[in-house]
Design a protein around this ligand. Structure first.
Ligand SMILES: Cc1cc2nc3c(=O)[nH]c(=O)nc-3n(C[C@H](O)[C@H](O)[C@H](O)COP(=O)(O)OP(=O)(O)OC[C@H]3O[C@@H](n4cnc5c(N)ncnc54)[C@H](O)[C@@H]3O)c2cc1C
Length: 628
């Protein structure tokens, strides 16, 4: 199969992934695109609309959000309610929601001046080619397009331990067990199924298996052993969020404020769920305002506690779960899985605490993968390997230039990438928000060339070259190569995790910096109190203070001297006469303006992919990217 790009006529926009985000991106583009625009929606399953979440045919699997809050269109909140003919507080089957997405796509295509083409196939590679983007399909086909949108959903999680290659060990519950509803569930099943995980998918599996056979039993085992909380019945009104300070936040402070807020709501006879739901619109912003180290701590220590409260079960699903637990047909255990062995009589699962469990089959329901670099997905792996995409600072998903930014104008390069869903935690901590069109820019080949830094000398460049670069001072408004290297090394340290030392060799390798040159830079940064160096076998370099306390201005001053000097002198020391009198004021104003930018951005802002809004506004300027 071969499609060709627009060749200067109408744009061709390819959307990779025809699930929830991809379909709604297509709908938005169809609504706004210029006549003749071709929109290719590429989906490997051949079913355009429902994606993983809404493909189930088991009507025991319902939405976990009331119909009034699941409209595909934020400007038409009752669209789903009207379409499905249900009450606003109904939790409709996810199968019905899948149909709604298919119907929304068909309706938008029928009314659009643009052309929608549904392409069944799996994209395994995306790369720039002759001014366009070339997509390679698993069947060997090629598609050329002007813009590509990445909407491939959550990446699969790495298995909790090595899984035996046995049909009784089910890795994908949607494909192999519950996806087909009753037809696939073993009838009159008296067997015990062990489910690894206790989140919403584990609940779905339990509802399908126990609903299909009155004698089936399910044991759910997860590290925390907690099922999601339940929604309260009726259409609840989220409570206003508490007042929160502007600017950077610390996790401990944020938690304290939220706990106090929830306690106040409780004391006033309200419900904690409505307090938590009131925070929802703030979540992406709050997440970005946390320093990287706090985001990591949240993922390590708080994620489960948060998820069981935030992603709750519909009242009917929660009631069924209660009944199954009372009947002893659903048991939930806390424990980490150490080993799974397939035996002739069943599957044996050993937990870290030494317990051993036996089951007729095991189903893994561990949710989305949280390490994009380890994904087996060929498309995402290729994008990372070819340098067309980068992992976000936490490695959960793909980095976007301006997270959660609305960008649906026709022809915009967009990406609702694998970092949506749980993986979006890496950039904005939110679930997919295509209902409000939060899709992200994915630079086209031209745009990415425009934005990427000029190639820097490879580590093999001579010392003379390095020293020539190091002597280039910042005496004009120019960022020296030395500053650029210093910043790269420091941001690498800021993003590298728990603050343990990193060797100069690793920093140099990671950023392509000549090692000798880097050693000198690190020495200067150490003298300025920005970096601390540690000796010994585990030695290396670490930031000497928190990343959110080191500004770009601090780094420039450490390696290049004071900001905004004029011919090596401070602007206020310059002397002018006659008609040039106001030049001194001009240079002082230039310095003040440069400081405004450089003192306003910290290492943490850069490492955590969240530049301050004032800087974002500068970047949005129509000619900000034009050299002159
Ligand atoms: C079981 C479950 C229940 C959920 N229930 C709710 C709910 O009630 N309410 C709610 O708001 N959210 C719910 N969610 C969250 C839900 O995941 C998101 O709301 C949303 O469906 C995710 O959309 P997506 O487009 O990112 O992924 P998906 O909808 O899964 O779409 C990704 C699509 O891309 C395709 N694809 C992937 N790679 C390629 C490729 N290389 N080439 C071609 N096609 C490709 C896949 O086949 C898939 O169809 C649920 C999630 C799950 C797993």
């Amino acid at each position: 199969m071969r499609f060709s790009a627009s060749a200067g006529r109408c744009p061709v926009i390819a959307i990779i992934g025809g699930g929830f985000c991809g379909t709604l991106t297509a709908v938005q583009l169809l609504r706004r695109a210029e006549p003749g625009t071709r929109i290719l929606l590429i989906e490997r399953s051949g079913d355009f609309g429902p994606g993983v979440a809404y493909s189930t045919r088991d009507d025991r699997h319902v939405l976990n959000v009331p119909a009034a809050r699941m409209s595909a269109f934020s400007a038409e909140p009752l669209d789903l309610v009207d379409w499905a003919g249900v009450e606003p507080d109904a939790y409709v089957p996810r199968r019905v929601y899948g149909e709604y997405l298919r119907a929304s796509l068909a309706g938008a295509a029928a009314r659009s001046a643009a052309r929608l083409e549904r392409v069944t196939g799996e994209v395994v590679r995306a790369r720039p080619a002759r001014g366009a983007i070339e997509l390679v399909l698993a069947d060997g086909g090629h598609i050329a397009c002007d813009r590509a949108v990445l909407a491939v959903g959550s990446l699969p999680a790495a298995p909790v331990c090595e899984l035996p290659d046995d049909p009784r060990v089910i890795r994908d519950p949607w494909g192999e067990l519950v996806g087909e509803g009753d037809e696939a569930a073993p009838r009159a099943d008296t067997a015990t199924t062990l489910v690894i995980g206790s989140g919403p998918t584990a609940v779905d599996v339990a509802l399908t298996l126990c609903g299909s056979s009155p004698r089936a039993r399910v044991i759910a085992v997860s590290r925390h052993g907690r099922l999601p909380f339940a929604h309260r019945a009726g259409l609840r009104r989220p409570l206003p969020a508490p007042a929160l300070p502007a600017g950077p936040l610390q996790l401990s402070e944020l938690e304290h404020r939220i706990r106090t807020h929830v306690a106040r709501v409780d004391a006033g006879g309200g419900d904690w769920r409505d307090a938590i739901d009131g925070l929802r619109p703030l979540l992406p912003d709050l997440w970005r305002r946390l320093p990287l180290s706090d985001r990591r701590r949240f993922l390590r220590e708080r994620l489960r506690t948060w998820e069981v409260r935030r992603h709750r079960l519909a009242p009917a699903a929660a009631a069924s779960v209660r009944v199954l637990r009372v009947q002893g047909r659903l048991t939930v255990l806390a424990g980490g899985v150490e080993r799974i062995r397939a035996r002739r009589g069943g599957i044996e699962v050993r937990l870290h605490d030494g317990r051993s469990l036996a089951a007729a089959r095991v189903v893994t329901c561990t949710g989305a993968g949280l390490a994009v670099a380890a994904t087996p997905d060929p498309l995402v792996r290729g994008l990372l390997a070819d340098g067309h995409a980068w992992a976000d600072p936490l490695g959960l998903g793909l980095r976007a230039t301006r997270p959660a930014r609305c960008s649906t104008r026709p022809g915009a390069a967009t990406s609702a990438s694998g970092c949506w869903g749980r993986c979006a935690a890496g950039s904005c901590g939110s679930r997919p928000r295509c209902r409000s069109c939060a899709i992200r820019p994915w630079p086209s080949p031209t745009a990415s060339a425009r934005r990427s830094p000029r190639p820097l000398p490879s580590p093999s460049r001579s010392r003379r070259e390095a020293s020539r670069l190091s002597n280039r001072h910042n005496d004009r408004v120019r960022i020296s190569a030395k500053v650029d290297y210093a910043m790269r090394a420091l941001v690498e340290l800021a993003a590298s995790g728990d603050g343990s030392p990193v060797t100069a060799e690793r920093l140099a390798d990671a950023q392509g910096i000549p090692q000798k040159f880097l050693q000198n830079i690190l020495l200067e940064l150490r003298r300025a109190g920005i970096v601390a160096s540690h000796r010994g076998p585990d030695g290396g370099h670490a930031l000497a203070k928190p990343a959110d306390k080191i500004t770009v201005a601090d780094v420039i001053r450490a390696v290049d001297g004071p900001l905004g000097s004029v011919a090596g002198r401070a602007p206020e020391d310059m002397e002018y006469q006659g008609s040039t009198m106001r030049l001194r004021d001009t240079w002082v104003a230039v310095r003040a303006s440069v400081r405004g930018v450089l003192e306003g951005i910290t290492l943490d802002d850069i490492a955590s992919d969240h530049l301050p809004d004032s800087i974002g506004r500068l970047l949005d300027g129509s000619d900000a990217w034009v050299r002159r």
